[in-house]
Design a protein around this ligand. Structure first.
Ligand code: 4NP
Length: 179
């Protein structure tokens, strides 16, 4: 039987070729919907890298497919803008196995995302790439970035502050990746 990729898969494949495989460091941020937390994480890290003149590849994806093709939640866009970061061009997509091999490290926003992403892995080496993002700034505490979707604006500010701290630590902890 011939295999025909569906529309989502074609789109994902298209997005795939956008990855710069020659980047010194390729980071994927993951949450559930890819509309609240991981787009912020992507935007914050990209912003910091640009300020420092570092040319890493950063992307984000969700473990669920319910929001594929949508832009970030308005509340995430708003809180990013308040802090001088524009995340409006991002588009939600669902993580797939090829992401596990393409990226050097995959930062999950919470322990549920972590379990779901590790389930996609084929080897222990791949599983070792999948980490909780807050472990970068707060090692050993197993902190989740709380899902702000059903809460108010203060939840988004809290998420921003946590991710800002984690992204500073990501850059500091990978000081050797200077290109
Ligand atoms: P995210 O937030 O995982 O940070 O993008 C959520 C977005 C949507 C839903 C849950 C969490 N939802 O249930 O639709």
């Amino acid at each position: 039987m011939s295999y025909l990729p569906d529309r989502e898969e074609k789109k994902q494949n298209f997005m795939y070729v956008q990855i710069n495989y020659f980047s010194i460091m390729k980071v994927l941020m993951v949450c559930l919907g890819n509309i609240c937390r991981s787009p912020l994480a992507q935007g914050i890290l990209e912003h910091k890298l640009k300020e420092k003149g570092l040319d890493w590849t950063v992307d984000s994806a969700g473990t669920g497919g319910g929001h594929v093709g949508l832009g970030p939640d308005n509340r995430s866009q708003d809180i990013a803008r308040v802090h001088g970061i524009d995340i409006s061009a991002q588009e939600a997509r669902k993580i797939r196995y090829a992401d596990i091999t393409a990226f050097d490290v995959i930062y999950c926003m919470d322990s549920s995302n972590l379990v779901n992403v590790r389930d996609l892995c084929h080897t222990l080496e791949e599983e070792a790439k999948v980490k909780l993002i807050m472990n970068e700034s707060d090692p050993g505490k197993k902190l989740d970035v709380p899902d702000p979707y059903y809460g108010g604006p203060s939840g988004f500010e809290k998420v921003f502050q946590m991710l800002d701290r984690a992204c500073d630590a990501i850059i500091e902890n990978h000081r050797d990746k200077r290109h």
